[in-house]
Design a binder for this molecule. Structure first.
Ligand SMILES: N[C@@H](CCC(=O)N[C@@H](CSO)C(=O)NCC(=O)O)C(=O)O
Length: 222
C-alpha cells in the first residue's frame, strides 16, 4: 500500500494539523512540497487537488481530500487502531459531542481571533518582509482575550485536563498548529500568563510525542 500523501510541508500550519493526526495514529505518510512563493498552490495541478488553491491537500489511494480539519477527521476515523487512538471518541456519543463542540469552537471563535496575530507577526514578515500592523494585532489580542476567558472558565469549572473531558482528543490537537506559532514565534505568548488552567492544558497538549515531533518542522523562515 503506497503511503498517503500530504501536499504541503509542516511549515504550513494547516498541513501541520494533518501531520499531527497521522503521527498520532502511526500512519506512514509522504510529504509533497508545494512551492508557495512560486504560487504552485494556485496552479492547475494543485487546484485539481484543492479547488480553493490552498495548502494542504491529501491523497489516500484514489481519494483526494482538502480542508485540513476534514482531512484530520478522515485520518483519525480510518486509521485509529484502538479506542485509545480514537481521538474523535465516536464510540461514546456524549464524548464525541464535546469533541465536536470544542472543534467547532476552535474553527469559529479561537482561530478567527488568533489568525490575524499569526499572519501579522509571523507569515507576512517572513514572506513579504512587512512589519506587524499593531492596530490589527491589538484588536485581535482583545478578541482572543475574550475567547480565552471562556476557555479558562471552562477548564477551571470542569477541572478537566483537556477541552472535551479527561481525555486528549482532536479538539485539543486541533488547537496545536496556530497556538504553537503564537507561543514560539510571536511576542504574545505572555497573553496566556493570565490563564493558569489554559497554560497547564497547553503544557499537557505539547507533551504529546506527535506534536513535539511535528513542531520541529514548523518554523517559518524568511
Ligand atoms: N480552511 C483551510 C485553510 C487552508 C489555508 O489557509 N492554507 C494556507 C496555508 S496553511 O495555513 C494557504 O493555502 N494560504 C494561501 C491562500 O489561502 O491562498 C484548511 O484548513 O485546510
Amino acid at each position: 500500500m503506497a503511503p498517503v500523501k500530504v501536499f504541503g510541508s509542516a511549515v504550513f500550519a494547516n498541513a501541520a494539523r494533518v501531520m499531527a493526526c497521522l503521527e498520532e495514529v502511526g500512519v506512514e505518510y509522504e510529504v509533497v512540497e508545494v512551492d508557495y512563493m512560486a504560487r504552485e498552490h494556485k496552479g492547475l495541478k494543485h487546484l485539481a487537488r484543492n479547488p480553493f488553491g490552498q495548502i494542504p491537500a491529501f491523497q489516500d489511494g484514489d481519494i483526494m481530500l482538502f480542508e485540513s480539519r476534514a482531512i484530520s477527521k478522515y485520518v483519525l476515523r480510518k486509521y485509529a487502531k484502538s479506542a485509545q487512538d480514537d481521538l474523535l471518541r465516536e464510540g461514546n456519543p456524549e464524548e464525541a459531542a464535546m469533541v465536536d463542540a470544542w472543534t467547532e469552537v476552535e474553527a469559529h471563535h479561537y482561530f478567527p481571533a488568533m489568525a490575524p496575530i499569526f499572519y501579522e507577526c509571523v507569515v507576512y514578515p517572513a514572506r513579504l518582509g512587512t512589519v506587524p500592523d499593531q492596530k490589527i494585532v491589538g484588536e485581535s489580542l482583545e478578541k482572543l482575550r475574550k475567547v480565552l476567558d471562556v476557555y479558562e472558565a471552562h477548564l477551571s469549572r470542569t477541572k478537566s485536563k483537556y477541552l472535551a473531558g479527561n481525555f486528549f482528543s482532536f479538539a485539543d490537537l486541533n488547537h496545536f498548529p496556530f497556538t504553537f506559532h503564537i507561543m514560539t514565534a510571536t511576542p504574545h505568548a505572555s497573553l496566556f500568563d493570565s490563564y493558569p488552567h489554559i497554560k497547564a492544558w497547553w503544557a499537557r497538549v505539547m507533551a504529546r510525542p506527535s506534536l513535539k515531533k511535528i513542531s520541529t518542522h514548523m518554523e517559518i523562515k524568511p
